[in-house]
Design a protein around this ligand. Structure first.
Ligand SMILES: O=C(O)CCC(=O)C1=CC=C[C@@H](O)[C@@H]1C(=O)O
Ligand SMILES: [Mg+2]
Length: 333
């Protein structure tokens, strides 16, 4: 299929859910998503509420790809995932890691507003006591000088696999790479929120690219970008956008279709929700299996968003669908 389903088709079986989170992550405690059903299964539309329609429309394209076309052919049936550790107190780390049986890599959030570097060092070291391979994600929260100081402090007691988005801008990432050559830099926001996702790589601001299905416009878009990145010698890490079980399935499918996959993927975020739209699949021996996901109607009913929020999402889909109609009609080729 290369043409869009109509808005009525997209909304025919759509449901809006609100998932409570176990711990605050990315400043939120509930995650809203709209799930849509097409001939190939279910898709997820869940751009964060503050995103403008233009950016959100990529997420709709991704939902439509999943539900109207389905996943690309896969090359493996399991995908290693990292444990994701929000900016919690070091004392909470062991309980959190318990939800990631067999994980060999952990990603730790750092540079959280209201915390300091000592909190980050304590959290990272608490994680290392259980999982020695640690990567950190600062979500662009450091200046270059802060990043240099922090990366030295965070590698005093052990190595870092890489530092994700230590600073916000591309020139800053270039500078951090130059000043801290011992720590690899991964780009996340500089790829998923950029008009040109290759800009950071061309500028020399990334050793590794974090790629997410929904913000990039779907599984095939992610695969095409990974292909371009491989020409620059930049490997990818597929991560979730804090997706429900439906979106995670698309992430796992995309990761399973990559010709090369050297890093654990950030797709283990299901454990951050108190409840999900389908029976939670915990990683087994640190990996998730490739499988399609059908939302469980009883869970969806329990997690249903308020009618007011559902109306807000329907209006958002209507606007984003209008944007997709105006764009390239060959959406999925
Ligand atoms: O990569 C992971 O381990 C989990 C995914 C994750 O960290 C994120 C998901 C959604 C929004 C982001 O703020 C955040 C990230 O920055 O990578
Ligand atoms: Mg990130």
């Amino acid at each position: 299929m290369s043409s869009l389903p109509t808005l009525d088709e997209v909304l025919a079986d759509a449901v809006v859910v609100s998932l409570p989170m176990r711990v605050r992550f990315r400043g939120i405690t509930t995650r809203e998503a709209m799930l849509v059903r097409g001939p190939a299964g279910w898709g997820e539309f869940a751009p964060f509420p503050e995103y403008a329609d233009d950016e959100a429309s990529h997420w709709l394209q991704s939902a439509i790809e999943a539900a109207w076309i389905g996943p690309p052919p896969t090359l493996r049936d399991r995908v290693a995932v990292n444990a994701t550790v929000p900016a919690v107190d070091a004392a909470q780390v062991p309980a959190l890691l318990g939800r990631y049986p067999g994980a060999r890599t952990a990603k730790v959030k750092v540079a959280e507003r209201g915390q300091n570097l000592a909190d980050d060092v304590a959290r990272v070291n608490a994680v290392r006591a259980h999982i020695p391979c640690v990567r950190v994600d600062a979500n662009g929260g450091w200046t270059v000088d802060e990043a240099v100081t922090a990366l030295h402090a965070l590698t005093a007691d052990g190595p870092l696999e890489y530092a994700e988005q230590p600073c916000a801008s591309v020139p800053e990432l270039v500078e951090v790479r130059r000043r801290v050559p011992a720590v690899r830099v991964a780009a996340d926001e500089s790829i998923r929120r950029a008009d040109d996702p290759l800009k950071v790589v061309r500028a020399g601001g990334a050793d590794i690219a974090v790629v997410k299905v929904a913000p990039l416009g779907g599984m095939r878009r992610l695969l095409a970008l990974a292909d371009e990145l491989s020409e620059y010698g930049v490997p990818v890490v597929v991560s979730s956008a804090l997706d429900t079980a439906v979106g995670i399935a698309a992430g796992v499918a995309a990761a399973a279709a990559l010709p090369d996959l050297h890093f654990a993927c950030g797709l283990g975020t299901g454990g951050l929700f108190e409840s999900d739209v389908a029976e939670p699949r915990e990683p087994v021996d640190g990996a998730l299996g490739v499988a399609s996901v059908t939302p469980d109607p009883a869970r969806v009913a329990d997690l249903a968003a308020t009618p007011e929020r559902a109306r807000w999402w329907i209006e958002r889909v209507r606007r984003c669908h209008g944007l997709l109609e105006q764009r390239d009609p060959q959406l999925f080729v």
